[in-house]
Design a protein around this ligand. Structure first.
Ligand SMILES: [Zn+2]
Length: 156
């Protein structure tokens, strides 16, 4: 009975999840609610940032006008969660061990849902080594916030 009820609410939740226009990045990692519920994830701030795209990522900071430009410090593109995961030149070393794990059974690159489901440990490890603070090297133009060379300082 309990599991029938919870199946019903997961189904309802899934249908809402399918129809909402919000959380596109999160959806690309977790299209299926039931899969996410089965997964044991130790949610860290880095992990949340990567699977939501919300946090210390320039495209997000730009959206809220904290930064003038979403361009990544590596200068090869906009700093989005996808850029950090697949393209950022500053994270090549960190990405290499994730890639190596994937390449044992798949071709690089694999989509985010597969990364989460099949390479869970590896994606978590990669995510937790991302130095988000070091990816921000420009001075931001906000009265009381100052980000430079990885140091976030609150100016009194
Ligand atoms: Zn980059």
């Amino acid at each position: 009975m309990i599991s029938e009820l919870s199946n019903l609410s997961v189904t309802k939740w899934q249908s809402e999840w399918d129809h909402t226009t919000k959380g596109a990045i999160t959806k690309s990692f977790f299209p299926k609610i039931a899969d996410r519920l089965k997964m044991k994830i130790n949610v860290t701030p880095n992990f949340t940032t990567m699977v939501t795209g919300h946090g210390n990522i320039k495209s997000y900071l730009r959206k809220y006008k904290i930064l003038d430009s979403p361009m990544c410090s590596c200068k090869s593109g906009e700093q989005t969660a996808d850029h950090i995961l697949y393209d950022c030149k500053l994270l090549e070393q960190e990405r290499d061990s994730l890639k190596a794990a994937v390449l044992r059974s798949e071709n690089w690159l694999v989509n985010k849902n597969k990364l989460i489901n099949k390479f869970n440990k590896n994606i978590k490890k990669f995510t937790n080594t991302i130095p988000f603070d070091k990816l921000q090297t420009i001075i931001i133009n906000l009265t009381n916030l100052y980000i430079r060379q990885g140091i976030l300082v609150e100016i009194m």
